[in-house]
Design a protein around this ligand. Structure first.
Ligand SMILES: [Mn+2]
Length: 310
């Protein structure tokens, strides 16, 4: 029997990551000529749960270790963020919109990495080029990736292509966008069933920056106070996570997706030194206010990397 082919995004998957895996599965036959099962490297967040339920799409199963599966990797190429067990031999394709994180393959593979707002937009381009017809549900899935990852076009990661792609998709999806974004961001901000540990780890990414291990968690919300009110507990959890995972610098930010600012949590002396070096925000009781900062990818990670001299 041939090895099973799966599509999968990064650990602590966000909406773009899960839905992109689902889209690759929906179009697996047409893009790659094979059946592909969407799986996840961790459980869904409330935003992803909302959209999957709304579209009556079965939640992908969670896979913790790759054994013999062949992989279509979406939404990351960062070794630290990929499910355990990936080898140079079991990678079949990469579809992403991040910096190249250092993966290798033993044979030629399909790669499509673009500097664009979300992986959903990259998938749209592939479908268009191959003249593949897009159904309404898939259009809504791609729109959700765009809105979720670009924070409704407010993140500096948004490109003109994302806006154009959105328009084309909404001719198929015909969504009332005001209502849709409202519901999606309400779900994104929901703390239902979310522990303090979930807040810091649901959208947590680890990076190697030279000899340093850096962790950066994010919580995007329309109501930052609902999270900041738990500041003391959050800091305690961050300190614990930093210790347990042997992280050199541990950051966490609460992103206000209405006003488009963020509060960066400063949990210790090392973090304070680095943050003061690279950001110019005011500090107040462990929080550094970063005006206009909403994107970890563009406005936080590269700055910290520079500050550490890579
Ligand atoms: Mn993404």
């Amino acid at each position: 029997m041939k090895n099973k082919i799966i599509s999968i995004g990064h650990k602590n998957p966000d909406t773009d990551s899960v839905l992109s895996a689902v889209l690759v599965s929906r179009f697996g036959k047409k893009i790659f000529g094979v059946e592909i099962e969407a799986v996840m490297a961790g459980d869904v967040n409330n935003e992803t749960k909302f959209i999957l339920e709304k579209l009556k799409i079965k939640k992908p199963r969670i896979l913790k270790v790759i054994k013999k599966e062949v992989i279509v990797l979406v939404d990351t190429t960062e070794p630290k963020q990929i499910i355990d067990g990936l080898t140079e031999d079991n990678l079949m394709a990469i579809i992403d919109h991040h910096n190249l994180g250092g993966l290798k393959s033993s044979k030629p593979i399909f790669t499509r990495v673009e500097s664009i707002g979300c992986t959903g937009s990259v998938i749209y381009k592939i479908l268009k080029e191959k003249n593949i017809k897009i159904d309404k549900t898939s259009a809504i899935l791609m729109i959700t990736c765009i809105i979720s990852d670009t924070l409704n076009f407010n993140s500096p990661t948004t490109t003109l292509d994302d806006k154009k792609i959105f328009k084309e998709l909404n001719q198929i999806a015909k969504l009332d966008m005001k209502k849709f974004v409202g519901k999606l961001f309400f779900a994104k901000s929901s703390l239902k069933g979310i522990s303090v540990n979930d807040i810091i780890s649901k959208d947590y990414k680890q990076f190697d920056m030279g000899k340093y291990k850096v962790g950066i968690g994010v919580w995007e919300t329309t109501a930052p106070e609902t999270v900041n009110v738990q500041k003391d507990k959050i800091i305690k959890s961050l300190v614990k996570k930093k210790d347990q995972e042997k992280i050199d610098y541990m950051f966490f930010s609460v992103v206000d997706i209405v006003k488009n600012n963020s509060d960066l949590y400063i949990i210790g002396k090392e973090e304070q030194g680095l943050a003061k070096k690279v950001f110019s925000g005011n500090m107040k009781e462990n929080l550094m206010f970063l005006k206009g900062v909403v994107s970890r990818k563009k406005q936080v990670t590269p700055q910290l990397r520079d500050g550490l001299g890579k």
